[in-house]
Ligand binder design. Structure first.
Ligand code: MG
Length: 173
């Protein structure tokens, strides 16, 4: 059985993942409004991935006979000064999410809840990737700073990102 502490923390995490989805959807819409179709695509896929993260946690609570409690989703910012600014916020936000996931793992460890630790390992790996991809985009954007042609090419490259469902949602559970 899941401890009440971990149950509550995972419910809070579901809200945090949905807030992340909302944040990236807002970045996608701002990029769209500024004419960056590729950047808009990149963040729209990010929006879908965050919804997947929430879904994985919801499936997990259901599988442990623990009820999912949905809370209101806080407002998000709607405009950024530049695409670089969006990715800087993305990196800062993902660092925060990493610490939230680490906290869940610490509670599971304290509880000797090995099933939860096992589920959280996927998220721990995922956070390494999230921070890495945000850092890579920051480097790319800094490299093309003030170069309109470079930004045009980078936007084209970001348009090629495609959505792929994460493994916990593609394997039968
Ligand atoms: Mg996430």
């Amino acid at each position: 059985m899941l401890s009440q502490k971990l149950h509550d923390a995972i419910n809070a995490q579901i809200n945090a993942e949905l807030w992340s989805a909302y944040l990236y959807l807002s970045m996608s819409m701002d990029a769209e409004a500024k004419g960056y179709k590729g950047v808009a695509n990149w963040f729209y896929i990010q929006f879908r991935e965050e919804q997947d993260h929430a879904r994985i946690f919801m499936n997990y609570l259901n599988s442990r006979d623990a009820k999912v409690e949905l809370k209101p989703i806080e407002e998000v910012r709607s405009s950024w000064d530049s695409v670089l600014d969006m990715f800087k916020q993305t990196l800062e936000h993902e660092k925060k999410v990493t610490s939230l996931i680490n906290n869940l793992a610490a509670i599971a460890k304290e509880d000797n809840d090995f099933a939860s630790i096992n589920r959280l390992v996927w998220f721990i790996d995922e956070q390494v990737e999230e921070e890495e991809s945000a850092r890579e985009m920051i480097s790319a954007l800094e490299a093309v700073e003030c170069n309109k042609y470079g930004m045009y090419m980078l936007d084209k490259e970001m348009a090629t990102r495609v959505y792929a469902a994460p493994s916990p949602l593609t394997t039968a559970e």
